[in-house]
Design a protein around this ligand. Structure first.
Ligand code: GDP
Length: 347
């Protein structure tokens, strides 16, 4: 009991330090929410519940295939924002990092100038491959960064379809970074990804690449016009524009456009509606993953599952009947939910 109280006090102090903007506390808090240990999960829930809910950052998702210039862009754009006195946190979603051994070193050295700026905080991606786990971790880390008073939380993801959908589902704005390309490469961009983008930034619009960048930008602008107009967008959005992360050009224009979009969405209530939908979506995801985990470890349901699997395979039992039996065993047997209790209320 005394141990529990001590842990509770520790978490309350940590929450206070995070809110006071102490970087080391933020780093420790993110480490806590990344931990899979059940006792840490309970503390993480406590921590998130103790955070104030009235601080909002602009959450920006950024995606693009490797080599397109994401780190160069984040460094340039991050410095641009930080030099204006804005506080910026960078989080990374990299489901492949477990395979490649993690980009822990990579992230720090990739954004050398930004990582040394007092207004910026860069959190390397954890070596965790399970997309669901990465999603929760990133949402919770975003909550922590908002509570810590950051103005902008930028979430970077590598161009893998599923992680893009996930990041678009937890951000206010979604940026797609593209490289100048030959005419036919446009086809390669998945329509779904284009539909998620609020701004397509054609990077490397400099030097010899300028003509190709101009052509590519016009192609994307054309393609965006063909997509169905989203009611949540003002005139001219989503749009394609050119930037150069290396020459640091186009950054002001890109930021201006983001501000326009943000202001429009705030004025029309779209901003709150998107956040409300995302909060609800997060809760539903947590419920589903909690149910799935409980089902997987449920003895009676597991026994029925083992029993019916062969029959379903053999075609002697209808899949829906078999599923019904498994669920009935689950419902009858009582279930243990270890992690979804006390879920933090999100915004
Ligand atoms: P990431 O894999 O998407 O993070 O891409 P990087 O930021 O590591 O950049 C990949 C390569 O593209 C590097 O050699 C960069 O120097 C180069 N690069 C990035 N941005 C620009 C740009 O605006 N112009 C030019 N010419 N090269 C760039």
């Amino acid at each position: 009991m005394a141990e529990l109280t001590a842990a509770h006090d520790l978490v309350q102090n940590l929450a206070q330090d995070v809110v006071a903007g102490k970087r080391r506390a933020l780093a420790r808090a993110i480490t806590l929410i990344e931990s899979q240990k059940p006792s840490h999960r309970a503390q993480a829930q406590d921590l998130l519940s103790a955070l104030p809910k009235d601080r909002q950052a602009v959450r920006i998702g950024l995606s693009g295939t490797p080599g397109v210039g994401k780190s160069t862009f984040i460094e340039a754009f991050g410095m641009f924002l930080a030099d204006q006195g804005l506080k910026l946190a960078v989080l990374a979603v990299d489901p492949s990092s477990a395979r490649t051994g993690g980009s822990i070193l990579g992230d720090k050295t990739r954004m050398d100038r930004l990582s040394r700026h007092p207004g910026a905080y860069i959190r390397p991606s954890p070596s965790q491959s399970h997309l669901g786990g990465v999603g929760r971790r990133t949402r919770e880390a975003t909550m922590l960064c908002e509570a810590a008073g950051f103005d902008v939380v930028l979430i970077e993801t590598v161009g893998v379809g599923q992680s893009e959908t996930m990041v678009a589902g937890m951000t206010d704005l979604f940026l797609l970074l593209m490289a100048p390309a030959g005419g036919d490469e446009l086809q390669g961009v998945k329509r779904g990804i284009m539909e998620m983008a609020d701004l397509i930034l054609v990077n490397k619009a400099d030097g010899d690449l300028m003509p190709a960048a101009t052509r590519t930008c016009a192609d994307y602008a054309g393609a965006l016009r063909m997509l169905r107009k989203r009611p949540r967008d003002p005139q001219d959005f989503p749009k394609a524009m050119m930037v150069s992360a290396l020459a640091e050009t186009g950054l002001q224009a890109a930021w201006d456009d983001m501000q326009t979009l943000i202001q429009w969405r705030r004025d029309t209530g779209v901003w709150d509606a998107i956040r409300a939908d995302q909060a609800l979506g997060w809760m539903q995801e947590e419920v589903q993953s909690g149910l799935r985990a409980a089902l997987e470890t449920h003895p009676q349901a597991g026994a029925v599952l083992a029993q019916v699997q062969g029959d379903v395979r053999a075609g002697t039992l209808a899949p829906s009947t078999a599923a019904h039996r498994v669920l009935q065993a689950f419902a009858a047997g009582g279930a243990e939910f270890s992690d979804t209790e006390n879920s933090p209320d999100s915004r």
